[in-house]
Structure formats: structure tokens, C-alpha cells
Design a protein around this ligand. Structure first.
Ligand SMILES: [Mg+2]
Ligand SMILES: [Zn+2]
Length: 185
């Protein structure tokens, strides 16, 4: 039996995007994320974080700093009794043309193999169209959650979106409710 998963972006989706977050103490989780992840777990979804971290290639922070931030994130999740199933990150610069930086899908493929995931029963959630692009290419359902302070700007440019999400959510809980409603059929 294959597993179902939700592939979740980090910055701007789980936590406020401060651009090149380099310090665990600046990790600020969005409201509803802990509760939403708990609901996913209760419905037997694997929770996989997939994140572009070009700050490493740019020399803005080290992999050790990234690990410290992820430890902090896991602690925040533990307060809701949520255990992460995996974190995959791309450390490269956009100019490196790697195959793992979203909207490319190498990290998704790795996660799908390592966790025996059925993409057709899975979802990708993120705050940017590049997250949606990766999810579309790999064949999951896709949900965009624009960050509140730039939501209007993002929605006003909908005509330019390179990929169209299956759903645009108001916030994290709305995204999770949408997934669970589809689950119930
Ligand atoms: Mg993001
Ligand atoms: Zn990469």
C-alpha cells in the first residue's frame, strides 16, 4: 500500500517569509499551521517539507544554521504532537540550473521514492507559483496560500501565473480543510 502525502513549502507557508531566514529565533510560525498539520496526520498523510534555500549558495547562512532552524521548526510542531516525515532542501543558486530547485522536481522524486508515495492521492501546498509548478509537474493536487500582506498583489497578477493552482486558500487551515473535504468525497 502506498502512502499519501502533503508536500509543504517552508518560508511564506509554514512560517513568515523574512527572506533568507538565518536564525531559529526569527522563526515565526503562521497561525493554524500546527492544528492543520495535526489534522493531516489524523488523516494518515505524510508531511514532507520541500524548500528552496539558495541562501546557502549565496553565503548568507550555513547548512548548520539551516539544520538549527529545522530543529526549531520540529519543536514547534511537537507542541501539536506532529512529527515531520521529511525535510528536503535545495541549497543551490537559481543560476546553478540544478534539478532540485522548485519548480523542478528532483526533491519531490526523492521524497516519493523514500516514502513510497502515491502522487495521485497527494497534494502540494505553497505560497508561490513555483511551488504550484513543481506540484503540477509531479502530478499532485496543488494549493496556493498567498502570504496575507502580498495577497492582493499576487491575486492581481493571476493572468500572468505560469501554473494555475487547483485551489487558492485564505490561510493554512483553509487549505487543509479543502484537502480533507476532497478526502471525504
Ligand atoms: Mg515560500
Ligand atoms: Zn538544487
Amino acid at each position: 500500500m502506498k502512502n499519501k502525502a502533503v508536500f509543504i513549502d517552508r518560508d511564506g507557508t509554514i512560517n513568515v517569509d523574512v527572506h533568507y531566514l538565518d536564525d531559529p529565533n526569527k522563526f515565526e510560525m503562521y497561525p493554524g499551521v500546527g492544528e492543520g498539520l495535526k489534522k493531516l496526520k489524523e488523516n494518515r498523510f505524510k508531511i514532507i517539507v520541500i524548500t528552496n534555500q539558495s541562501g546557502i549558495a549565496r553565503g548568507y547562512f550555513t547548512e548548520q544554521q539551516l539544520f538549527d532552524i529545522h530543529e526549531r521548526m520540529k519543536k514547534e510542531f511537537q507542541r501539536f504532537n506532529v512529527a515531520l516525515d521529511g525535510i528536503y532542501y535545495c541549497p543551490h543558486h537559481p543560476d546553478d540550473n540544478c534539478n532540485c530547485r522548485k519548480p523542478n522536481t528532483a526533491l519531490f522524486k526523492k521524497a516519493i521514492n523514500e516514502h513510497n508515495i502515491d502522487v495521485k492521492k497527494s497534494y502540494t501546498v505553497g505560497d508561490k507559483i513555483l511551488d504550484i509548478g513543481a506540484g503540477k509537474k509531479i502530478g499532485t493536487g496543488t494549493i496556493l496560500i498567498p502570504e496575507p500582506h502580498i495577497k492582493e498583489e499576487i491575486l492581481s497578477k493571476q493572468i500572468e501565473w505560469e501554473y494555475n493552482p487547483d485551489y487558492v486558500a485564505d490561510d493554512f487551515i483553509d487549505a487543509i480543510e479543502w484537502i480533507l473535504k476532497l478526502e471525504r468525497g
